[in-house]
Write a protein that binds this ligand. Structure first.
Ligand code: SAH
Ligand code: MG
Length: 199
């Protein structure tokens, strides 16, 4: 699993991946869900924990990339485009899950996160928010998915940068919001990863 995670293109340092895995091992059951599959790096860490715990991870992504992944932008990867020149990270995700032996545990859901949330019905034991970083995307994901997180479920948020010099605001705002709204309490932190528990 580690080899597959490290080989996958993506945006999650090793120490944060290990922290994700450790946190997930202590998450309540009920299926787990992540927003933002990209090529499956975080899905390896969460998926390995899900398999050990006997649950599954739904991994939601429209696979067309975030703003910063588009051609000409800072985090565009020319290897991840389809025949029409559009970003397509689904083949990369499938390769990673096959290499990690996690195809029965990590279940890709292809579509816009908030549309999936609007039709979702199963309480989640863990929710990892790592999708779009615009204010609309980050706050929208939080608002759409938090109601699906079970009491005591783990809320994981990536790319939380208290210092604006380190990165964009919206994931940090969502983290602050979860605390000030009394929706969750902080459990631990590793790099830009925050682990919270739903109240
Ligand atoms: N967790 C990944 C990184 C995710 S990058 C890793 O470990 O490497 C963010 C992803 O969110 C991108 O793949 C992008 O396509 C996806 N995304 C952005 N906005 C989205 C939306 N509204 N619905 C679904 N996916 C979205
Ligand atoms: Mg991220």
């Amino acid at each position: 699993m580690l080899g597959a995670a490290r080989a996958a293109p993506g945006f999650l340092p090793d120490d944060e991946g290990r922290a994700l895995h450790a946190a997930a091992l202590g998450a309540p059951l009920g299926p787990w869900l992540e927003i933002g599959s990209y090529c499956g790096k975080s899905a390896c860490y969460l998926g390995e924990a899900a398999r050990r715990r006997g649950t599954v991870l739904f991994s939601v992504d429209h696979h067309r990339g975030s703003e910063e992944n588009q051609p000409g932008e800072q985090y565009h990867d020319g290897a991840l485009v389809d025949g029409s020149g559009r970003v397509d990270t689904l083949p990369g995700l499938r390769r990673t899950l096959a290499a990690a032996g996690l195809e029965d545990t990590v279940l890709p859901v292809v579509g816009p996160s908030r549309t999936v949330a609007a039709h979702w019905g199963t309480p989640l034991g863990l929710l990892f928010i790592d999708g779009g970083h615009s204010a609309a995307a980050a706050h929208g994901d939080y608002e759409a998915w938090l109601p699906h997180l079970a009491h005591q479920g783990l809320l994981l948020i990536h790319d939380v940068f208290p210092d604006p010099a380190d990165g964009g605001r919206p994931p940090f705002e969502v983290f602050c919001r979860a605390l000030t709204e009394g929706a969750a309490t902080e459990v631990s932190a590793q790099g830009s990863l925050r682990v919270l528990r739903r109240l």
